[in-house]
Design a protein around this ligand. Structure first.
Ligand code: 3SL
Length: 241
């Protein structure tokens, strides 16, 4: 297994893709995707462009769709909801297709959508992602953080570290890691240092502070839970999980 962590989509190589890519946006897109699918959403379809989201979703029956739009942490006008995982209760999302566009998370997914297997990971569904990898044993794995507008983010890196830490413990027994980048080693070290205080770390992260300014403490506490849901968001067709 070759394991690489990239802090932002912009830092990934442009001349090849891995066998398996895991897009991560702990605050909050991939946490919301995991929560929505766990609550029974039919699928989540992601867009980087809001107008495209509006046009494509308009072709879907109104009672079977929900539009999730977020920019700068706030709900986009014209959408049904923003990007809070706490909105994704079974009463709201069950049986619905979610059309989603967010500032950074959807861009990370689009960067890797041509990989053979594309998953989304968050702290809440870390174990589901690890179980998939250990049973399928892809030859190369990228864990791609969304960051914030091209910059490093603590929350995505600690999640990458949580996934990598588990893989290094469980995977090496059957298939040794033949290559690992420095970012993956640093992400594991960050996770090992903060694994008991994930809520504190997320509050110190710059996007955590932004969300706190938007009354987002409950969201942060939810997003910081490790292995709290068992769900594997896996891409079925480009942009659809
Ligand atoms: O940047 C993103 O993709 C979002 O997840 C940001 S927010 O947490 O919804 O503000």
């Amino acid at each position: 297994m070759k394991l690489f962590v990239y802090h932002t989509p912009e830092l990934t190589p442009t001349d090849h893709l891995p066998e398996c890519a895991i897009a991560v946006d702990v605050l909050r897109a991939t946490t919301t995707i995991a929560t929505a699918l766990h609550a029974g959403a039919e699928a989540v379809q992601v867009f980087s462009d809001i107008q495209k989201l509006m046009d494509v979703s308009a072709q879907w029956p109104q009672d079977k769709r929900l539009r999730f739009g977020e920019r700068g942490g706030a709900k986009v006008e014209g959408c049904d909801l923003g990007n809070s995982p706490l909105s994704c209760t079974p009463e709201v999302v069950k049986g619905k297709r979610i059309f989603m566009s967010t500032t950074n998370g959807t861009r990370a997914l689009q960067r890797v959508e041509a990989a053979k297997t594309v998953l989304t990971g968050a702290l809440i569904n870390r174990q589901s992602v690890v179980n998939y990898i250990t049973s399928h044993q892809p030859e190369s794995i990228w864990i791609v953080g969304s960051g914030w507008e091209g910059k490093f983010s603590l929350e995505d890196t600690v999640c990458a570290g949580a996934i990598a830490h588990s893989l290094l413990t469980e995977f090496t027994l059957s298939s040794p890691v033949s290559e690992i980048n420095d970012e993956a080693i640093a992400a594991v070290a960050l996770y090992r240092q903060w694994q008991e205080q994930l809520v504190d770390l997320l509050q110190q992260a710059s996007h955590g502070k932004r969300l706190l300014g938007l009354n987002g403490m409950e969201d942060i506490e939810y997003c910081a839970q490790l292995d709290s849901v068992y769900v594997l968001p896996i891409q079925k067709e480009p942009g659809v999980l």
